[in-house]
Design a protein around this ligand. Structure first.
Ligand SMILES: *Cc1c(COP(=O)(O)O)cnc(C)c1O
Length: 355
């Protein structure tokens, strides 16, 4: 672990007064963590500095060839006022896996975690108190070589910014409607689908806008080869319940290996549900939803934790999942997982890192 230098912000901002109006990712705290990578030297100069803009050359590689990866995790305030992180080492390990696929250097995970902890301690007053709120953490890595030749950059910047975010659900879990995308694809076999790279999002924005125009809140992506098997939704993994059995697409290289997905699978098993990872044919899922054999559908991800699906649309046809309201399993998993994250329930899995 390297020594982290700290430059305090001489003019801290006013903290938001109304925690019910935080929204998502609009406000940022007073400080950020940075470290640089130079070929031959590794990760150097870890530092906490006042939050602010970067001075970047217009020919910086990331702006042209898109070597950019990120992570998303949260810091939660317990009822006793203390702060805790949820599986942060898993996020940093995933960032290294994303980096390797993108031809970027493995992260110095130990220094990054220490930098994150020090950064949050410094900006601790920014972690909101209101029920369901949290501090969203966005680690990012970008290539910084200047020049237009296409090759792996020799220099990189890693940084962490923090954003106080509001409760995702203000009036209980609200089921969403999703649109099965059968024209565009998000990821292909051998590609970068399993990485949290900026480009995956760039590739998904058009389909998202079209679905929104049609009145849906999310796109459900199918596999990029046959457009037949369920992959995931925008920024969430998908799960379906048949009675007490939960099924989810197996990790095949084109799906993002969600930490919420992994947590839900482990938690569900410990709660006595049967779980299965496999290949899920979208036609079958749709038919089973119509017949009522499939009883619940939900997305899993850091932002919403569990996002129940009320309506599914496939090639112009719509069907309602269950009775269109939140299912028992979805609610149970949401309550248990958020209970662990906010310290209301004991953590039997070793997921919590107290600050
Ligand atoms: C981040 C992300 C998820 C969810 O991952 P979590 O670790 O559970 O937050 C799912 N799909 C995509 C494409 C993502 O980028």
């Amino acid at each position: 672990m390297q020594e982290i230098s700290v430059t305090r912000n001489p003019s801290p901002k006013q903290k938001p007064k109304d925690e019910s109006a935080l929204g998502f990712g609009r406000l940022f705290t007073d400080h950020m963590f940075l470290m640089n990578f130079e070929e031959g030297k590794g990760w150097i100069n870890p530092r906490i500095v006042p939050y602010g803009p970067f001075d970047m050359d217009p020919a910086s590689m990331v702006l042209h060839y898109g070597q950019a990866i990120f992570e998303g995790m949260k810091c939660y305030r317990r009822e006793d006022g203390g702060l805790q992180l949820f599986r942060p080492t898993d996020n940093l390990a995933r960032m290294t896996r994303s980096a390797q696929r993108m031809g970027m250097p493995a992260l110095d995970e130990e220094t990054a975690l220490e930098g994150l902890k020090q950064l949050i301690r410094l900006d601790a007053d920014w972690v909101p108190h209101r029920d369901g709120t949290s501090l969203y953490i966005r680690p990012t890595m970008i290539s910084t070589d200047v020049g237009l030749g296409v090759h792996a950059s020799k220099t990189y910047l890693f940084y962490i910014i923090l954003s106080p975010v509001g409760a995702y659900y203000k009036e209980g879990l609200k089921p969403v409607s999703i649109y099965v995308e059968d024209e565009y694809v998000r990821a292909v076999r051998g590609g970068v689908g399993f990485t949290k790279c900026a480009g995956n999002y760039a590739a998904s924005i058009l389909a998202g806008s079209i679905a929104e125009e049609k009145g849906f809140s999310q796109v459900l992506w199918l596999d990029g080869v046959e457009q037949k098997y369920v992959e995931e939704v925008g920024s969430m993994n998908m799960m379906f319940a048949y009675g007490n059995k939960i099924v989810t697409p197996k990790l095949n290289g084109s799906i993002l290996p969600g930490i919420t997905r992994d947590s839900v699978l482990k938690l569900a098993a410990s709660l006595g549900y049967e779980t299965e990872e496999g290949r899920l044919d979208v036609e079958q899922i749709f038919a089973d939803t119509k017949s009522g054999k499939l009883t619940e559908a939900f997305g899993t991800g850091t932002a919403a934790v569990i996002s129940p699906v009320g309506t599914l649309a496939l090639r112009g046809e719509k069907t309602t999942v269950g009775d269109g309201s939140i299912g028992k399993i979805s609610q149970k998993l949401y309550d248990t997982l958020t209970g662990i994250q906010y310290g209301r329930l004991p953590d039997e899995f070793g997921w919590i890192v107290k600050l």
